[in-house]
Design a binder for this molecule. Structure first.
Ligand code: HEC
Length: 131
């Protein structure tokens, strides 16, 4: 009796596991789908924010910045918490020119070849992380 009970538990566990395994890809795609939905905080800026993420991923930013943890530079969530839409211009200039002083003595490297327009889109993405 005990043995049969044990086996059926085992069978149940296996079914449960294989179900989880089946659900895994679905959960992954859900996570991806939620990403853009979390961004349109800025209304009209949302388009720029989506492009901004692509630009950030294509540049060297992620070597020094993470969304949710300090690396060489402040996390983008910290940056978003500190600034507002009114600072987009100043922050875009800062990305292009580089510099230090707002977060400490470590400087951000300049991105001299970057257009102001693209830098602004990146800032809009960063500010869209505001909680
Ligand atoms: C070499 C490392 C490094 C790279 C690469 C880098 N950053 Fe930074 N970033 C920093 C540091 C350090 C600071 C803090 C500067 C300060 O204290 O004023 C910073 C600050 C910032 C700020 C806030 C500026 C302020 O005055 O508060 C923004 C926005 C930003 N980075 C965006 C970017 C973007 C977008 C890119 C990619 C194009 C990028 N960073 C690439 C190191 C880096």
């Amino acid at each position: 009796m005990k043995k049969i009970f044990g086996i059926s538990i085992l069978a149940l566990a296996m079914v449960a596991c294989s179900k989880n395994a089946d659900q895994q890809p679905a959960q992954d795609t859900n996570v991806m789908k939620e990403e853009p939905a979390a961004q349109p905080a800025g209304g009209a800026a949302a388009g720029g924010a989506n492009e901004g993420l692509a630009l950030i991923e294509g540049a060297d930013c992620l070597g020094c910045h993470k969304n949710d943890a300090k690396l060489v530079g402040p996390s983008y969530q910290e940056v978003a918490a500190k600034y507002t839409e009114a600072d987009v211009d100043m922050l875009a200039d800062k990305i292009i020119a580089g510099g230090k002083g707002n977060w400490g003595d470590i400087p951000m490297t300049p991105h001299a070849g970057m257009s102001k327009e693209n830098a602004k889109k990146m800032v809009e993405y960063i500010l869209s992380l505001k909680k």
